[in-house]
Design a protein around this ligand. Structure first.
Ligand code: FAD
Length: 391
């Protein structure tokens, strides 16, 4: 039996049904034919390929695991498999998709009223409306639960929002932006559906990022932004509700980390078989094989972890700590995988045209977003010791 080239060493794909494999291959084929040829160019220009949105929509994968509203109602395992397949080719596109389908649609799915779900989810599922999720702020990132500075205040039938949000993916072009704000009167965090074109909303693109350059992250300024009560997420009553969304999406980020590492590993493996030094392919050298095997071991451990994580999610048993542990572990391991991939490619490992340099840079963003390594570590630490070490 020949060694596998695609990083699924323990054949987890065999656990998928025929229909699930067909969806996986449809996504893989789309990513390899439509995205791979343009990925580096858009990353270099720090622009988003808007033309892929209608093509991505045709795959019918938005709102992967949600029921109703035109969503595919697949398993959370399949949501993970899809995140892995997209990230395996382009982590930026998987981040765009994760923000839209996970964070934005997920906020509406988990925290919206029936009317809000009816209004937004069908058109977001068809990607006719794109979503963004505004939680982080210029002055508060990790400490946003207790330190959120963006405020909301009810005046008559309306809410008035003021503040700033930083790093918000898709926000320069999104049709609906979920904005989280602290209620001045109750001191609780509430969520709002802010629509594109609201005169109190301004989004400026964050320039000169060194990772995920294709993703359009924005600094949002909200000035006396008026939102009707009907656009307040009716089931978001405190930060606990925001955390429910993050629990779900952190599991997806762990799969995304796996996809990022897998893309780098596959590129590096192919390269080492072609590249010759001292008259033979560098894949014949023991030290190169050591790097490749360590990469594969990390990917295989990540896959086992995220697969089980999503099985728990499918059974409704997933906890915050379990999602955090997978996010920490996979984002750390993938950093190791991409750096070994870069190493075995020598100088070409830092050239964009060989793809691995892009995975190296993008792994840094995965490492920090959706809760940094430290914050997710402290969530697990609190669970196993009973002591909160946050403050
Ligand atoms: P800080 O909170 O300032 O942390 C700085 C350092 O201090 C980190 O190492 C951190 O771990 C450490 N630290 C903080 N507190 C503690 C503590 N108690 N103990 C030990 N160490 C601590 N946010 C959104 O809302 N929507 C988005 O779409 C979005 N997209 C993003 C895309 C990218 C590319 C990036 C980089 C970020 C994005 N974010 C988004 C924000 C992201 O979630 C935050 O960057 C992240 O939560 C960390 O916040 P911070 O950058 O302010 O770092």
């Amino acid at each position: 039996k020949l060694p596998p080239i695609d990083g699924d060493f323990y054949e987890y794909d065999l656990k998928l049904t025929f229909e699930e494999r067909a969806i996986q291959m449809k996504v893989r084929n789309f990513m390899e034919t439509e995205v791979e040829p343009i990925a580096n160019e858009y990353w270099k220009r720090a622009e988003f390929p808007m033309e892929i949105i209608p093509k991505l929509a045709k795959l019918n994968i938005s709102g992967v695991a949600y029921e109703g509203y035109g969503c595919p109602n697949l398993s959370f395992v399949m949501e993970g498999v899809i995140a892995e397949e997209i990230a395996r080719v382009d982590v930026s596109i998987s981040t765009f998709f994760g923000v839209h389908s996970g964070l934005a649609m997920g906020s509406i799915y988990l925290c919206g009223s029936d009317a809000q779900k009816e209004e937004w989810l069908p058109k977001m599922q068809e990607m006719k409306a794109i979503g963004a999720f505004g939680l982080t702020e210029p002055n508060v990132g990790s400490g946003v639960a207790g330190g959120m500075e963006t405020t909301c205040k009810k005046v008559g039938d309306e809410w008035i929002l003021n503040g700033q949000k930083k790093w918000i993916g898709n926000a320069t072009f999104a049709d609906v932006i979920i904005i989280w704000a602290r209620d001045i009167d109750s001191n609780q965090v509430k969520g709002f559906l802010v629509k594109k074109g609201n005169p109190g909303y301004k989004a400026e693109k964050i320039e000169d990022k060194m990772a995920l350059r294709t993703v359009q992250n924005a600094l949002i300024t909200i000035t006396d932004c008026k939102i009707p009560e009907s656009d307040r997420l009716q089931k978001a009553n405190s930060f606990r509700d925001t955390a429910k969304v993050l629990r779900m999406t952190r599991a997806g980020v762990a799969w995304q980390a796996l996809g990022c590492g897998r893309g780098a590993y596959e590129s590096a493996l192919k390269y080492t078989k072609k590249r010759e030094q001292f008259g033979k392919p560098i894949a014949k050298f023991q030290l190169i094989q050591n790097h490749l095997v360590e990469m594969l071991a990390n990917l295989t451990a990540m896959k086992a972890m995220v697969y089980r994580l999503s099985e728990l999610q499918d059974q409704g048993l997933l906890t915050d700590e379990q999602a955090s542990l997978a996010k920490v572990f996979c984002s750390m391991r993938t950093r190791d995988v991409v750096s070994r991939a870069r190493e075995v490619m020598g100088g070409n490992g830092i050239l964009l045209e060989y793809d691995v340099a892009r995975f190296v840079a993008d792994a840094e963003a995965i490492y920090s977003y959706e809760g940094t390594k430290e914050i997710n570590t402290l969530i697990v630490g609190r669970a196993i010791t009973g002591y909160s070490a946050f403050a």
